[in-house]
Write a new protein. Structure first.
Length: 194
């Protein structure tokens, strides 16, 4: 309901404008047992790279992924993937024999979940040539997703996770120091000194 002439009560202080909006509750509530849980498929994945993902690709190329014991992964190129749902970028390492890297970015404001990990690995296995490294880069990792990534030692590829610097969410605030790693298979990337 919308009231354009509210009653004035001198004992109360108005903290909003002259209009008041009231919500009307839904007359029917659906049971939580009536909804089915389906198996994950590619329909829930993002399609196409976002502008932020292009920025993150540039950041990974400019800086580097820093690991435990000052291990570094430097890239000669990082480009956006086209035609994939769970992998947003591919890269090549700066080495005598460059390794192909598939990169899956997590959501901006939510943890990267185990569904994305499983789907991205399956998608990477269908690529030709196959990547040597699959890098999951996110601001936060769901504990189950982190466990899945850390336990994937039997694959023919190296699976790593990179904790992205939260300053990458802002355009005006940037750290200039490198970040340290918390676990053996966790890497971080951020901004280098300008």
């Amino acid at each position: 309901m919308l009231f354009d002439k509210p009653k004035i009560d001198p004992e109360k202080i108005r903290i909003s404008g002259p209009f008041t909006v009231e919500a009307v509750p839904a007359p029917v509530v659906k049971s939580i047992y009536s909804s089915r849980v389906s198996t994950p498929d590619s329909s829930v994945a993002r399609s196409g790279a976002s502008f932020r993902q292009f920025q993150w690709c540039d950041e990974i190329l400019k800086t580097e992924v820093i690991g435990k014991n000052s291990q570094k992964i430097e890239f000669s190129r990082v480009e956006s993937f086209q035609g994939t749902h769970w992998l947003q970028a591919y890269a090549e390492t700066k080495e005598k024999e460059p390794k192909r890297v598939a990169i899956s970015f997590g959501p901006e404001y939510a943890p990267l979940g185990p569904t994305q990990v499983v789907q991205a690995i399956q998608e990477a296995q269908k690529l030709f040539p196959k990547p040597k490294i699959i890098l999951f880069a996110s601001f936060q990792f769901d504990p189950e997703a982190a466990k899945v990534i850390d336990e994937l030692n039997s694959l023919a590829v190296t699976v790593l996770r990179a904790q992205m610097n939260s300053d990458l969410l802002t355009n005006d605030l940037h750290l200039t120091n490198d970040l340290q790693v918390h676990s053996q298979r966790e890497y971080r990337f951020g901004l280098s000194a300008a």
